[in-house]
Write a protein that binds this ligand. Sequence first.
Ligand code: ZN
Length: 72
Amino acid sequence: MSTRFEGTYLGDDARLPADARLECGVCWWVYDPAEGDELQQVAAGTPFAALPAGWHCPNCESPKARFMVLGD
Ligand SMILES: [Zn+2]
């Protein structure tokens, strides 16, 4: 299943582009920085790396570490 993804996030915020979109490895929900996360009061334009440590997937509640970087 991992072959589906461009790369795994692994908590490496420093190397993550600000406009990177990441997909939940559990439910495939996608975090798009252009949209933010209204449910958890994350403003549009917030990079994934800038999300609070306690942020989790709004769909299945997986932690940030379960997200995978999406390719173009
Ligand atoms: Zn999820």
